[in-house]
Design a protein around this ligand. Structure first.
Ligand SMILES: [Zn+2]
Length: 343
């Protein structure tokens, strides 16, 4: 069997827990359209971190979402990650095209870093006004030249952030499947991802790290008393809302300038698509991932609880009311109540 078929069958099996009527279906994790596996040509393998920047993480999307992300978020994120990762001058990775100015005279052209480290500029005469060219000709005889240029990607920081948000959301999907997707508080994130040029989320929570991580990871990060879902890509950590903190907008502004606790709980390196039965994640007494379908669920699910100290989670199975009452009276048991933090 082809690798694609094997993975899509695994994803479909996970979906069938939540929607038995959609067995043998794939559901696009971003637009939530169900697609029969018989129409697998409309399901495509998608790079989570852009191929252009050397990204190797992949998942599946409907072809519509995949081509939209390719044209929007991947384009700028890929360019940006490549520039950051090159470790050389910002000019070195690609030749840049656009407008720049020479002694305050605006010109059109292209610039690049040559093998010997010098910068080379080409001015396109047919796209620069004859007046500018004349001025340029005059001053180049008499004055030293100073050239200033802006990299197009640096004007696209919003697009880069939406790209990082998309990648972070898909990394969690790749690891948790529909247990991650079917959480109502992620609707806003999905709306932002599907409308990359609109401002759905004012402030996308992205923290910059000095060190670049070699392998992207997902995990839990504590900032003050708030535990957030995180995904680390390149020099960045993207923070995502949790069941206990469904709206991180307020936390984001209070996070400014704070250092991130590096005692983060790294859950996975996103090897992915091995999720099987539905599961949720707790960190200490906070619910990080809890699907909407868990309340009154007819299927079995497990809760992985990380205590913040050991790497290995404790595994909880949901139990009947009687069983819960009986167990809660035992001497070695303490009770924890979780309510969504909506203040
Ligand atoms: Zn889609």
């Amino acid at each position: 069997m082809k690798k694609k078929t094997i993975i899509l069958k695994r994803i479909a099996k996970n979906l069938a827990y939540f929607f038995p009527e959609h067995s043998d279906h794939f559901m696009c994790p971003t637009c939530l359209s169900p697609i029969s596996l018989k129409l697998s040509h409309t399901i495509s393998e998608a790079h989570i971190t852009p191929k252009y920047s050397g990204g190797t993480l992949k998942t599946y999307l409907c072809t519509g979402c995949n081509s939209k992300f390719g044209a929007h978020q991947d384009k700028w994120l890929g360019e940006y990650l490549r520039l950051r990762a090159s470790g050389r001058s910002l000019f070195s990775t690609t030749k840049q095209t656009g407008r720049f100015s020479v002694n305050d005279i605006a010109v059109s052209g292209q610039f690049r870093e040559a093998e010997d480290g010098s910068l080379q500029f080409l001015i396109w005469n047919n796209k620069t006004s004859p007046d500018s060219l004349r001025q340029l000709d005059q001053i180049s005889q008499t004055e030293p030249l100073s050239i200033s240029a802006e990299l197009p990607v640096l004007r696209k920081s919003r697009q880069v952030e939406v790209g990082l948000l998309t990648a972070a959301y898909l990394m969690w999907f790749k690891e948790m499947g529909y247990s991650w997707v079917f959480q109502r508080h992620l609707d806003k994130i999905r709306r932002q991802i599907l409308n990359p040029d609109e401002v759905v989320i004012d402030q996308i929570a992205v923290a910059n790290m000095e060190q670049e991580v070699a392998r992207p990871w997902i995990g839990i990060i504590e900032i003050g008393t708030t535990a957030l879902a995180a995904a680390s890509i390149g020099h960045h950590i993207v923070l995502l809302p949790t069941f206990s903190t469904p709206d991180i907008a307020e936390s984001v502004s209070s996070l400014r300038g704070q250092t991130i606790d590096t005692r983060r709980q790294i859950l996975r390196y996103c090897d992915g698509h091995n999720f099987g039965q539905p599961f949720g994640i707790m960190y200490q007494d906070k619910a990080i991932v809890a699907s909407d379908s868990f309340s009154g669920a007819k299927f079995k699910y497990v809760i992985l609880r990380y205590d913040g100290v050991s790497e290995e989670p404790t595994i909880f199975y949901p139990m009947s009311e009687e069983e819960y009452q009986r167990m809660s009276k035992e001497s070695n048991v303490s009770q924890i109540n979780i309510t969504p933090d909506t203040k």
